[in-house]
Design a protein around this ligand. Structure first.
Ligand SMILES: Cc1cc2nc3c(=O)[nH]c(=O)nc-3n(C[C@H](O)[C@H](O)[C@H](O)COP(=O)(O)O)c2cc1C
Ligand SMILES: CC(C)CC(=O)C(=O)O
Length: 354
């Protein structure tokens, strides 16, 4: 790496230097005018933190649990497609980095590795989640989910905010298509090949009829806990909980789907209130600092996920780079907790918001 990155933005700059315009635009870009993409980052900064002093902070721990699973910190790796396009280490490298950091990695349906390749390429006992896109060819989805269950993934994350791709103008400008040699097994199973496919191409595989009844059946049939990802409206969070989900991920897909929706920092509180403790609430979008993690927890999230930051680390240094990013966020979180007067994650409550 050309410089010693000292914050996540440094990794972002490194990733931009290393990637061609097409892949960079796909990874970095958002929908439309990218208002929501920018708002996601900015809005965490609007929730100001209010320290309490003279608290014993000689021994601060970022450890917590998510759905009962112990993790080193309330920061998980979000599902991100096409990771071998960032670095040959791909999803297995990301899974090893998450395991080394003591946290959970979520594997995308549109990954460049199968669930079993990831499971064999990373420590067997590390917790991993599998993100589910329901494709029109439901047999492809079922086979992938069964493979993930068989090789030890511990939860399913059903993404519900992406029946089509948002209007991603970076991809239109660069004419982005998946480069030769990058295979997505799910796409290949559904179509016979994945060379040269565009974002519109892979989104055309989605089952756009997906409904609340499907969610109910999916949860009832799943041997694993199910989280639903892409919830914006508090009433939808309640409906998901009524159908038995174990967790709700407040997410606008990193500003990549419908532009002009609120920042996730602003959607979180109403969802927390609506769910009232009946399921764990996670949030993603724009988390770039340990202080952002503190704000999310103070607003009632159990944990956050990071998408692009982990990808910048992977781009910059493969598995080692992704691990550095996760460790950096953990160190920032530990420092923020110390200065906020919170020795334990459960001490980060609404009382610490200005
Ligand atoms: C390049 C890229 C690919 C993504 N692929 C998926 C995916 O396959 N499945 C999914 O549920 N979300 C996907 N997401 C959304 C992320 O899981 C997450 O919601 C988002 O990145 C969070 O915002 P952040 O990047 O600001 O952390 C993707 C995001 C990016 C940036
Ligand atoms: C391959 C896509 C379906 C992945 C995705 O969710 C995205 O690009 O945001």
């Amino acid at each position: 790496m050309p410089i010693d990155p000292c914050c996540l933005a440094d990794y972002e700059a490194l990733a931009q230097e290393l990637l061609d315009a097409g892949p960079h635009g796909y990874f970095a870009g958002g929908a439309g005018d990218e208002r929501t993409l920018r708002a996601n980052v900015a809005a965490w900064g609007e929730h100001r933190l209010l320290p309490r002093v003279l608290v014993d902070v000689h021994d601060v721990s970022t450890a917590t649990t998510v759905l009962g699973t112990p993790v080193s910190m309330p920061v998980l790796v979000a599902p991100v497609a096409l990771q071998k396009m960032a670095h040959p280490d791909g999803e297995a490298g990301m899974a090893r980095a998450a395991a080394a950091a003591g946290t959970i990695m979520t594997l995308s349906t549109i990954a460049t590795s199968t669930p079993s390749e990831v499971a064999t390429g990373a420590p067997a006992d590390a917790p991993r989640w599998f993100q589910v896109y329901v494709l029109s060819d439901r047999g492809v989805t079922r086979t992938l989910v069964e493979e993930a269950e068989a090789c030890g993934f511990t939860a399913l994350v059903l993404t519900v905010d992406a029946p089509r791709a948002g209007r991603r103008e970076c991809d239109l400008r660069t004419g982005f298509a998946v480069p030769e040699g990058i295979d997505m097994p799910a796409v290949t199973s559904a179509t016979g090949g994945s060379a040269g496919i565009t974002p519109a191409g892979f989104f055309s595989l989605m089952d756009t009829t997906l409904s609340w009844d499907d969610l109910e059946t999916f949860v009832a049939d799943s041997p694993l806990p199910v989280l639903v990802k892409g919830i914006h409206h508090p009433a939808d969070a309640r409906k998901a909980v009524e159908r038995g989900v174990a967790g709700v991920v407040v997410s606008n897909h990193g500003g990549r789907q419908l532009d002009n929706v609120p920042a996730t920092a602003d959607m979180l509180g109403p969802v927390v209130d609506a769910v009232a403790g009946a399921a764990e609430i996670l949030v993603d979008g724009g988390i770039r600092r340990g202080t952002d993690v503190c704000a999310a927890l103070a607003l009632g999230a159990r944990a956050v996920l990071v998408g692009r930051p982990a990808l910048w680390g992977l781009t910059a240094g493969g598995e080692a780079g992704a691990l550095q990013v996760l460790k950096l966020l953990q160190a920032e979180l530990e420092l923020a907790m110390t200065l906020l007067g919170c020795a334990r994650v459960e001490d980060i409550t609404a009382d610490r918001l200005a």
